[in-house]
Unconditional design. Structure first.
Length: 406
């Protein structure tokens, strides 16, 4: 017989606009313990730079959160926070761009990504400098913007100018008029800070896989607005290449990570020399995920949606990649299972299950998410236990010696 799991690792993402990664992990753990009361459960909330990253890393390192009023994505003030990490990470600040420019901050009737700004992200970076940070980690994800980081640079002292030497307006579409980038007014403290940007390397600034065409429609852009925004970002990429602080650094149009958070990665790299790094290399720096996987008999991950995008740098894909490297079974729970979800089996996720057992509205699913996760985790573990009981029997044989139908 197969062994009943004695140790289970829960390594989920957060469920956007519903639960943090910590809350998801707690709900799954409750279900696991219902099915296996004596099991040892390890929990590692996995952050990817998006919503919840700053608070999760602050908690993991014994750090603290600092609140600030900053400019939101539609120009109105919002309350946001950054994290000052503790322990061995003392001196590091985490700026979660979604806090200042996330899609959740854009009212549904104003979701036109060519008009939103990352200015608040730059203001959070300034707040990190005010707190004495020597290393600033910018987490990208869940953005409601596509301005190529222009707004953030303006908040930090750069000038984004048209042919008449006037500042262009806010938003990515306004970059269609950009003629030059003036960096002489940048805050001088930036020169003494190690600036890292945690991004999905699959995201690029322009082209068929660029932020306008891939994410523009998701953020509310019409087909015509997508093409207008694409043209503006192509122009912006050329200005960044010519006028940025890293003029020999290459292509800011199609290089990996340049499309992070609507092009924020490109703007910070070109103008400030920020290092664009695969997000899990950075965001998991303070967590021994591989060690915990090594100790586990079963790994459970989770995300709001498992679909054709999951293999392209999402949390379940990263957990599965590491799990498979150590020969561990990996199970994924999902709020929804979308198109081509079967492709996740190719990246190491052995099975996927939806947490919604019957038709529910989105609003009801969100409201009941903790309960649904707990119940789904219990169902999943009970299936695992059936597999353990059947592990010693030949395939196709059931009790009594009867063979199942072919």
């Amino acid at each position: 017989m197969m062994n009943v799991p004695g140790r289970v690792l829960i390594a989920p993402s957060g469920f956007k606009e519903s639960l943090s990664a910590e809350q998801v992990a707690d709900a799954i753990a409750a279900g696991v313990r219902r099915a296996l009361p004596g099991v040892v459960v390890d929990r590692v909330p996995v952050v990817d730079g998006g919503e919840g990253s700053a608070s999760t890393l602050a908690a993991a390192t014994g750090g603290r959160l600092v609140s600030r009023r900053v400019t939101g994505p539609v120009g109105e003030p919002v309350t946001a926070h950054l994290a000052l990490l503790g322990g061995e990470a003392d001196g590091t600040a985490v700026v979660e761009m979604a806090q200042a420019a996330g899609l959740r901050l854009v009212p549904k009737d104003q979701r036109e990504p060519g008009a939103t700004t990352t200015r608040g992200v730059g203001e959070l970076i300034l707040a990190a400098l005010d707190e004495g940070a020597r290393r600033i980690l910018v987490g990208c994800g869940d953005s409601g913007t596509c301005d190529g980081g222009a707004g953030a640079l303006q908040a930090l002292g750069a000038r984004v100018l048209d042919v008449d030497g006037q500042e262009v307006g806010a938003g990515g579409t306004a970059l269609g008029a950009v003629a030059s980038l003036d960096l002489t007014g940048l805050d001088p403290r930036l020169a003494d800070v190690d600036l890292l940007v945690a991004c999905n390397p699959h995201n690029v600034l322009t082209g068929p896989r660029g932020v306008a065409r891939v994410f523009g429609p998701q953020k509310g852009a019409s087909p015509a607005q997508v093409e207008q925004l694409e043209a503006a970002l192509v122009r912006w990429a050329e200005v960044l290449r010519r006028d940025g602080a890293q003029p020999t650094a290459s292509d800011f149009a199609t290089a990996p990570c340049t499309g992070a958070s609507g092009g924020l990665g490109a703007g910070l790299a070109a103008a400030l020399g920020a290092r664009l790094l695969p997000r899990f290399e950075v965001m998991l720096d303070h967590v021994d995920l591989d060690g915990l996987i090594s100790s586990a008999d079963l790994v459970i991950t989770a995300e709001g949606a498992v679909d054709e995008q999951t293999p392209h740098g999402k949390v379940p894909a990263e957990v599965a990649r590491r799990g498979k490297a150590q020969g561990k079974p990996v199970f994924a729970l999902a709020g929804t299972i979308g198109r081509r979800a079967h492709h996740v089996h190719d990246i190491g996720i052995d099975a996927v299950a939806s947490i919604v057992p019957l038709p529910l509205s989105l609003e009801e699913s969100i409201a009941r998410c903790p309960e649904l996760l707990t119940e789904a985790a219990e169902r999943a573990l009970r299936l695992v236990l059936i597999g353990c009981q059947m592990g010693g029997r030949p395939a196709g044989v059931v009790r009594g010696g009867a063979r199942s139908a072919a």
